[in-house]
Design a binder for this molecule. Structure first.
Ligand code: NAD
Length: 302
């Protein structure tokens, strides 16, 4: 198997000054990519600016003979998103890959979370994804090539207590990924989601003494493959946690067809409706296939 290379590919990575983003940047930089290391160096809650972390990653990539530049703009505004992508265009004249990885955390229950903490997390994770993707996408379409990787989380797929802002952002990423994959399909642009798990500063305060090895280097090969031209999937979600790599997907039960329903019918048939054996998995054109399937059942009357 020959080594996957990224020579001359320009890849922007948000939040690349630390943790997972840093591991992605160093792996891609070591394999020939020109990396825009974006990170304002904020604290875990997303406050403050420190150019140090991004500069350190750029120095590490250069020390290995690679090529990288620093961007300290924040993904949290449309102007910031544009500036991050323009850094790639101004310096390297192109953009081939975008990994939106930047993240902050602000905890609070549904009853206690402040509006400010709600917005601050949506701004970085979810709106931030839109800001950078919107700035990069037209350039990728024009070049008829692009790889976009968004970052979700177990908390986005399944929810978690005390972080509705984070969970909403991370599940919202699925909607963005679907549309980028659909609109990018004919343009040579692929978009996928990584669902990572790794011990980083985000694990501060957790008891990790019983955790198996969970370094960011277990996740970065998966992201690197998604960022490579040979990546064969789009609109997908790959989980990478503690050495296990898997596909996450949305599925439906086969469902129950009746030509008409009453609320009582729903109650009477709920077990059959919920029966999830042999689930249906609709792919990239799921919105079309889904309607086709439902209409087909209606036409067949079963
Ligand atoms: P981290 O805190 O080590 O890294 C996140 C980086 O994002 C930081 O360096 C921070 O400065 C940067 N950042 C914050 N606000 C930013 C902004 N406005 N613009 C640009 N950059 C900004 O955390 P991590 O664990 O490496 O997390 C990386 C991503 O992976 C996040 O999106 C996180 O939600 C996600 N994730 C992590 C885990 C995990 O187990 N570590 C699990 C699921 C999802």
């Amino acid at each position: 198997m020959s080594e996957l290379r990224y020579d001359d590919r320009v890849i922007v990575i948000t939040g690349a000054g630390r943790g997972l983003g840093r591991a992605y940047a160093e792996l891609l930089g070591a394999r020939g990519a020109r990396v825009v290391v974006n990170d304002p160096g904020s604290a875990v809650r997303g406050e403050g600016i420190d150019a140090g972390p991004a500069a350190e990653v750029v120095a590490a990539i250069k020390a290995q003979g690679g090529d990288a530049i620093v961007s300290t703009d924040s993904v949290a505004t449309p102007e910031g998103g544009r500036a991050i992508i323009e850094a790639a265009l101004d310096h390297y004249g192109r953009i081939d890959g975008l990994i939106h990885n930047a993240g902050n955390v602000r905890y609070g229950s549904m009853q206690a979370l402040s509006q400010e903490d709600f917005d601050a997390v949506l701004d970085v994770h979810l709106r931030g994804a839109f800001h950078v993707a919107r700035a990069a996408f037209p350039h990728m379409c024009k070049a008829r090539y692009g790889r976009i990787i968004l970052t979700s989380s177990i908390g986005g797929l399944y929810g978690n207590r005390d972080c509705v802002n984070y969970g909403m952002s991370k599940s919202g990423m699925i909607g963005l990924n679907n549309v980028l994959a659909l609109e990018g399909e004919a343009e040579g642009v692929k978009s996928n989601i990584i669902v990572p798990g790794a011990v980083t500063r985000m694990a501060e305060g957790l008891d990790i003494s019983q955790y198996p090895p969970m370094g960011p280097e277990l996740v970065s090969p998966v992201v690197a493959w998604l960022a490579h031209e040979s990546c064969s999937v789009t609109g997908e979600m790959l989980v990478s946690i503690a050495g296990r790599v898997a596909r996450a997907f949305i599925a439906e039960s086969k469902g129950v067809y009746q030509p008409s329903w009453t609320p009582e019918d729903v109650g009477a048939r709920i077990d059959a409706i919920m029966d999830s054996q042999d689930p249906l998995v609709f792919g990239l054109e799921g919105h079309v296939d889904h309607i086709r399937y439902s209409f087909g059942r209606a036409v067949a009357g079963e």
